[in-house]
Design a protein around this ligand. Structure first.
Ligand code: SF4
Ligand code: SF4
Length: 97
């Protein structure tokens, strides 16, 4: 479908979606990278804390351990993959979608 100027016309609802995506994209890119701990799974064993020996992003919380998103780099530049994730026996450490 083309408009009077010969350019492809985008249906209004699709245009709204594109506008929203343009608005959010730069904001999403600004968000810090981070893993998080699912507090419904964490048993507070503490195994993960020592793995974060460079950024010290993991701390003991109540009731679960927590990852500080401002400190977590997903181990970029330190290891090929997040170091804390594989040591968790209950798979409570997950990546933000
Ligand atoms: S992914 Fe790396 S930087 Fe982030 S909490 Fe785990 S060990 Fe620390
Ligand atoms: S290793 Fe897993 S279960 Fe243990 S404290 Fe860390 S997140 Fe919780």
């Amino acid at each position: 479908m083309t408009g009077p100027d010969g350019r492809t016309k985008i249906p209004a609802d699709r245009q709204v979606f594109q506008d929203l995506r343009s608005f959010w994209k730069p904001l999403m890119e600004e968000l810090p990278m981070a893993m998080f701990i699912d507090d419904s799974l964490c048993t507070a064993c503490g195994c993960c804390m020592d793995e974060c020996d460079k950024n010290h992003a993991i701390s003991e919380g109540d009731p679960a351990y927590v990852i500080d998103p401002a400190k977590c780099t997903e181990c970029k530049g330190d290891a090929p993959a997040p170091k804390c994730q594989p040591v968790c026996p209950v798979e409570a450490i997950q990546k933000k979608a």
